[in-house]
Design a protein around this ligand. Structure first.
Ligand SMILES: Nc1ncnc2c1ncn2[C@@H]1O[C@H](COP(=O)(O)OP(=O)(O)O)[C@@H](O)[C@H]1O
Ligand SMILES: O=C(O)[C@@H](O)C(=O)COP(=O)(O)O
Length: 423
């Protein structure tokens, strides 16, 4: 039976592999479970990441799922809990970051935690509580147009405060730069002032590595994946490449993309411009009752022998807005996710064994449709995106799969990822 030191709850599936990737690179053996398992996992691990699809669901459901994950992780012996959310702090008007954090704090009987989505390797930095994506503030980064979680305020203290009755404070960069003792002193000061959640500034990996030791013994940490680089040392684990070995790749190659994020739009364009086979699916035709999945699979069958094929609903913000205006954003999202998930399953049934899925919600839908319950984490393709290996009912021989967060990956990601598997 697995006895994990660190128990992680991720609010989406790409985010879960992102976190697992950082933990693996820091030397931890990690098992990722899809949803809350019903039994102990049969694998050795230093950390277990439970992947939920709770980012955009109603807050009461997100709380219930997160508490179930917590209970299971505690039963596996987890000494510290890590609630992972997006490096762009993706939230709906209801939350769910604040409400889930409150519920986890209450269940753990703790009165203080931190919150920081900082992930400098992917250019997410927090300064004076403001979140930057690259050189611009969050609300100028394209995230203001996200189909499900538009982010229009870059001040995380304000964003989090709007989601919770707990008092929210800030551990600013001047404190973080001084290291563990100063951070601990600031935490004591904030607690004395009645603050229960503190946004933490971090603009570099050095900041995160300074933060790590100050979090030793904190029952709950809430963060993007960046904070993970500073935690394994607290458990006596050192960086290594050993944890990232996967079986050799085989089979056909495909990409499915339901992400409409800026980076994915560029990656889709790059693949099309290279003259590779790509098929766009139209949400309005799905809504009209056309069997778009069957059409896409018939198209893919004609192209798959020659190299990777791409099926995508990825579109620019104006096109997404037009679709949402006609169908409603939730209905459009769910219909597209269901269709792409059916396509992913059909592709695997037709021999695809190297699959890229782009988009967090899309990944959740695909992994569920594929019936994948557990994944091993392999080598990083780009920061935050590793290859993973899983066994599925339609791929009993095993499948390489990568769940690409919308805004992660270089422009040539769809080509580069397959080349890396060959290397
Ligand atoms: N053309 C489109 N029009 C409207 N909604 C879309 C379209 N394509 C995808 N979607 C929906 O947008 C959402 C994208 O979210 P997600 O998969 O998490 O991508 P990302 O990781 O980029 O945020 C999904 O619910 C998806 O079904
Ligand atoms: O932290 C991150 O940015 C990612 O791990 C993540 O959660 C991204 O979510 P999507 O953009 O919805 O894929």
């Amino acid at each position: 039976m697995t006895r994990a030191l660190l128990g992680c709850i991720a609010d989406d599936f790409t985010g879960a592999t992102d976190l697992a990737n950082n933990l693996v690179r820091a030397g931890m053996r990690v098992v990722q479970a899809m949803g809350v398992p019903t039994a102990p996992l049969d694998a050795e691990a230093d950390a277990i990441v439970v992947a939920l699809k709770s980012r955009t669901i109603p807050k009461d459901e997100a709380i219930a799922q997160s508490l179930a994950a917590l209970q299971w992780l505690k039963a596996q012996g987890a000494e510290q809990i890590y609630f992972k959310y997006c490096s762009t702090f993706d939230s709906t008007a209801e939350g769910n970051i604040g409400p889930v954090t409150d519920a986890l704090m209450q269940a753990l009987g703790t009165d203080f935690t931190i919150a920081t989505p900082a992930f400098p390797d992917n250019k997410r930095t927090v300064f004076k509580g403001y979140l930057f994506v690259g050189d611009v503030l969050l609300n100028e980064s394209g995230m203001q147009n996200h189909p499900l979680t538009p982010m229009t305020d870059p001040n995380l203290v304000r964003v989090l405060q709007a989601q919770t009755a707990s008092r929210v404070g800030l551990i600013d960069h001047g404190v973080v730069a001084q290291g563990e003792a100063a951070i601990r002193a600031r935490i004591d000061q904030l607690k004395a002032e009645g603050v229960r959640m503190a946004v933490v500034d971090a603009v570099s990996n050095a900041d995160l590595l300074r933060l790590g030791p100050a979090l030793k013994g904190m029952p709950l940490v809430t963060a993007g994946s960046g904070v993970a680089i500073g935690l394994p040392g607290n458990f006596g684990v050192a960086p290594s490449n050993e944890a990232a070995r996967l079986p050799a790749a085989q089979g056909l190659q495909a990409i499915v993309s339901g992400s409409c994020s800026v980076a994915t739009n560029q990656q889709v364009m790059d693949f099309i411009k290279a003259g590779k086979p790509a098929l766009a699916i139209d949400p309005l035709r799905i809504a009209a009752g056309v069997d778009v999945a069957a059409e896409a699979l018939a198209w893919a069958e004609g192209h798959m022998g020659q190299g990777p094929v791409l099926v995508y609903s990825t579109a620019e913000p104006s096109a997404v807005r037009a679709i949402q205006g006609k169908l409603g954003s939730e209905k459009a999202g769910a219909m597209v996710e269901d269709t792409i998930a059916a396509i992913a399953r059909g592709l695997v049934q037709r021999g695809v064994r190297q699959l890229i899925v782009a988009g967090g919600e899309t990944s959740g839908a695909c992994v569920q449709a594929l019936g994948i319950t557990q994944m091993r984490i392999g080598a990083q393709i780009d920061p935050g995106v590793p290859w993973c290996h899983a066994v599925a009912p339609d791929a009993k021989d095993g499948l390489h799969i990568t769940l690409k967060s919308g805004n992660f990956g270089s422009t040539d990601f769809f080509t580069k990822a397959f080349a890396q598997l060959l290397a």
